[in-house]
Design a protein. Sequence first.
Length: 258
Amino acid sequence: MTYTIVSRQFDLDVDGAPMTGYLARPEGTGKFPAVLVGAELWGLTEDVRQIVDRVAALGYVAFVVNVYHRSGPETAAGLVESDENRTRAFGLLGELTRDGVEADFRAAIAYAREHGDASDKTGVLGFSLGGHLAYFAATRLDLDAAAIFYPGWLSTAGTALSRPDPMLAATEGIAKGDVIAKGDVRLLMFFAELDHVIDAEQRQQIGAALNEAGVRHELVVYPGAKHAFFFPGREPYDEAAAEDSWRRASALFAAELG
């Protein structure tokens, strides 16, 4: 079933800095499960808004926020893809903190429940940097499912939230939880065989960490695919991988969120 959706931009104050977000949900009344979307390196772009709309049409309250908001209000519109903006975006990455991103995500989920009529069933979906952030969210938040596309910098320290330690070191929190997270999140992770960011050794490290922690998970590798295979209109786009991964992600949320 595909729903007609309604959408809106919203603004929240988090840690004294305005944070812009975008939310879409099925038209009409009634509660629907929540899905937090993690944006790529480029931030709150039209591409990620379209993903939010697409998730909402499946029957979810979907939303995304600008995690760069502490770096200034000009980041709210996202970045056009360019070499210059890539350098700028990596500078913004260096200003992110785990506690800050957690606060952003918790505020967004609370907003979706209060103003989007989302239920307490919650999933997360992320691409590239957004996949990295989704993996982090699974270690900290009360989630039920995570669909994670080609997440970079999980097994190596120094980039995004893999500071001071690699994000992979926090994997145990996904299955067992801690004082913050309830644990037992089911993960579905999608990788590209020819990914220049995430090679086969890193995929093996991720799988080993998930196995050791007892996380319910599945890793899918698409032969011949490259990083960022999901989005049409880009050189790496792989239609077969994009369609299959979306089908699997949709099935994950249907099974775990209802």
